[in-house]
Design a protein around this ligand. Structure first.
Ligand code: ADP
Ligand code: ASP
Ligand code: MG
Length: 426
């Protein structure tokens, strides 16, 4: 078998017919013989499907129209790429997928929200993969369509399903390797999995990167490529920060640190499966095919150095917590404190303590916050500041800290080697 590569195309690269033609161009130019393609839903389809689920549970009379609009967008796109006469099967298969959702919507909601979410939102990837595979075959790029739900086995944590790695690896190999042997591309969905009872699950927003990494790991790929609307990994989110530079090479461990502190350029779980098999991750531009992009791989000990890299976590609550009788904080208090956060699945993004105080920055989760704050104040004294941003600078220097503090109200700061964090109120 020839060396296998895995390409991931996200929503932005599949936004409309021209972008899908551009994907075909990329595949003609860079596609190797043994290529696995993982696709996301087109454009902002996932957000639109989330709206459908919310409307359905709110018993809104707009529910049907919201789905109809998504459906029409997909039909319009298909009409731009091919026509019903030559590609009847693709049209009817996409139609069948939408009909399944219409059936769900016909009855009043009786299952749990998160379960229904997965059944509805997952169709974004299903229809997108059917259309792209249909188009590639239509233009003569032979492509085998596979259903990710026959490969990725998960538990039933709806919306954030945990992948059973061993069995998933076996199933991926069993489906993908023979399909690749036959020649042509293999195309499947990202973001999707299935429980042992054959119910569809999703792996968390932006999960296609993670799916692609699981495929790459299972087939021992030579490299994984994600095609983006940016030049590569930048030293911060260009929608938030200015004066950024593109990073040429990042080690696996630096990439894990970046995603931990809030870099959204790749899904946080993507790196580990690649690192396990030493598979490089190439972040490339689908707009500028000649640009070299960023390579994630290797170790810092190979002499990699970095400029300051910026990350932001929005929607934070800053907390100062201490014992009601002003005694020292000991291990059992730490356990009590974290039991509360674990019980309500609250992300703690910053933690620092002194003898008397804990300082924390947590992500606001509106539906749980009243219960969390009650549990905290039953056990401790609590002060809080709502509506904060947590900004992290990896490889900081004083000039960068000063630049970022400018014009903001500093609530708290923390420095450890290589990592500076500040909580600011906005
Ligand atoms: P996709 O459709 O491929 O999933 P997204 O829109 O989710 O793509 O992600 C691409 C966007 O991520 C870019 O347009 C950019 O604005 C943003 N982004 C955030 N952080 C970074 C970063 N460190 N480097 C590059 N892009 C970033
Ligand atoms: N379509 C899903 C999302 O928008 C998964 C992905 O794009 O990676 O979150
Ligand atoms: Mg995305």
């Amino acid at each position: 078998m020839k060396p296998i590569k895995v390409f991931k195309f996200g929503g932005a690269s599949l936004r409309d017919a021209d972008n899908i033609r551009n994907v075909a161009h990329i595949l003609r130019t860079y596609g190797t013989e043994s290529l696995v393609i993982a696709v996301s839903a087109m454009g902002k389809t996932t957000n639109a499907l989330e709206e459908v689920v919310r409307a359905y549970f709110a018993k809104s009379d707009k529910t049907h129209d919201l789905l109809e609009k998504i459906k029409q967008n997909h039909y319009t796109l298909m009409n731009h790429l091919f026509d019903i006469k030559t590609n009847k099967e693709v049209y009817s298969s996409v139609n069948d997928t939408f009909v399944e959702i219409e059936w769900i919507l016909e009855d009043a909601p009786h299952d749990a929200f998160d379960y229904v979410y997965d059944q509805i939102v997952s169709i974004g990837e299903v229809v997108s993969s059917k259309i792209v595979a249909g188009y590639l075959n239509h233009i003569g790029l032979k492509t085998t369509w596979l259903d990710a739900r026959d490969m990725v086995l998960t538990d039933d944590t709806w919306r954030e399903a945990i992948v059973q790695r061993k069995q998933t690896e076996q199933q991926i190999r069993a489906k993908m390797l023979p399909a690749l042997e036959k020649g042509g591309f293999v195309l499947t969905q990202g973001f999707l999995g299935s429980t042992k009872d054959n119910n569809t699950t999703t792996l968390g927003r932006e999960g296609t990167d993670y799916s692609a990494a699981l495929y790459a790991n299972a087939v021992d790929a030579q490299g994984m490529y994600i095609w983006k609307d940016v030049q590569g990994v930048l030293t911060g989110d260009p929608r938030i920060f200015k004066n950024l530079v593109k990073l040429d090479k990042i080690s696996y461990s630096e990439a894990i640190e970046m995603t931990y502190y809030g870099a959204t350029v790749v899904h946080p779980r993507t790196i580990a499966p690649l690192m396990q098999k030493n598979i490089p991750l190439h972040v490339r531009s689908f707009l500028d095919l000649n640009a070299a992009g960023t390579v994630i791989g290797g170790a810092d000990s190979e002499g990699l150095t970095y400029p300051p890299i910026l990350m932001t976590e929005r929607n934070q609550i800053f907390l100062k917590v201490w014992n009601q009788d002003l005694t020292f904080l000991v291990e059992s208090h730490i356990r009590d404190l974290f039991d509360i956060f674990a019980k309500y699945s609250i992300f703690v993004n910053l933690l620092q303590n002194s003898g008397l105080y804990f300082f924390l920055s947590i992500t606001n989760k509106p539906e749980a916050m009243a219960a969390v704050l009650k549990a905290l104040s039953d056990n401790f004294n609590v002060e809080r500041v709502d509506g904060c941003d947590l900004i992290t600078i990896r490889h900081y220097n004083d000039a960068k800290i000063k630049e970022l503090q400018m014009g903001k109200q500093l609530i708290f700061e923390k420095r450890i080697p290589q990592t500076y964090q500040m909580v600011v109120s906005v």
